[in-house]
Design a protein around this ligand. Sequence first.
Ligand code: NDP
Ligand code: GDR
Length: 374
Amino acid sequence: MSSSKKVALITGVTGQDGAYLAELLLSKGYEVHGIKRRSSLFNTDRVDHLYQDPHIDNQRFKLHYGDLTDSTNLIRIVQETQPDEIYNLGAMSHVAVSFEQPEYAADADGIGTLRILEAIRILGLAKKTRFYQASTSELYGLVQEIPQKETTPFYPRSPYAVAKMYAYWITVNYREAYGMYACNGILFNHESPLRGETFVTRKITRAIARIALGLQDCLYLGNLSALRDWGHAKDYVEMQWMMLQQDKPEDFVIATGVQYSVRQFVEFAGAELGIEIAFEGEGEKEVGIVKAVHGDKAKCKVGDVIVKVDPRYFRPTEVETLLGDPTKAKEKLGWVPKTTLKELVAEMVQADYTSARRDSLVKMAGFQAYDYNE
Ligand code: NDP
Ligand code: GDR
């Protein structure tokens, strides 16, 4: 690989943000190294379009096996790649799952961050390598101030958020102790068609598309009243890069400054396919009913109950409301959120509708696995 280009190392390159960030850095001429986990199945779907044959000259995108829970391999990869910039996006990133795997979340999300910072330090790269930590609005948890900004006190509400709080402070500490260029992006929720299917936005857009095509009857959700400040992941990774291009390292909140409920997100997603959904009832008995169907995209009928509450999706401690104040990022990074929530919903629903249509056509054509053997 060439040595004249800027070199970036991304942990979590196979995730939503990692894929968009790798694409962005490659478009800027970077040599990009990504850490992927060993898996029994291929897990590189989101970055397959960036794959470059390792046998060609000037390969600018390379994946390395690794894991944030293994410092030996992190040290080796940092030593081999000598990165100018490291983006630590890797994490067990699902808040609800972190209640099931609290120790793993602490190890990967908390101590994993320390492992990379230590790799930079012990390899003598503290003055060369800039470090970005994927911090999160979940740090605010039980909110102490509305809207939340860089100075708002933290009150984490999940093992995930507590682990991320350690990662936040160890990043600040290495900046202060060793003069490292290390900073935290405190990013509020950001979504896209690449979002994992079990986060609420993608779960909704995928289900609404499948309900519209008759592939699924009902969508089961948890807390419909949760309020979030949702932006587009593509816009947010640009800010991750911007944070490492400043004269001095600082922490920034990235958010849209607008908040909606999960319930409203469902309504917008339905509207995108012509399904008017009204919510009735309260608490665990609340349901979403089809009130009208416009156009010809949706097969469901007026009166169909297509959303129900399943308490299994309630969290032991919930983050009810998040709303960011991105004033600092606007002033210092020139941050302007480019995508509105309705545009984001439209993009996600249309992408999921396209893949649901493929499933629907396969089903209508009577395809079954054993056809292969005939
Ligand atoms: P994803 O869940 O889509 O991606 C997480 C990535 O981390 C995946 O590549 C995953 O690998 C990898 N990973 C998980 N565990 C490990 C581990 N032990 N070692 C190495 N890699 C690991 O998350 P997003 O892209 O949405 O988020 C990126 C980062 O930003 C995360 O740290 C998240 O916590 C944080 N964040 C996200 C926000 C959002 O709204 N999206 C908001 C604020 C912060 P695999 O593909 O194999 O699972
Ligand atoms: P969050 O995202 O916890 O904010 O973390 P998620 O989409 O999982 O939940 C958002 C809100 O929706 C409520 N909710 C449901 N959530 C899920 N996943 N599934 C459901 O069925 C459901 N029903 C209601 C949740 O209770 C919650 O209030 C995301 C992750 O990307 C983190 O890594 C990141 O740090 C934060 O965003 C900012």
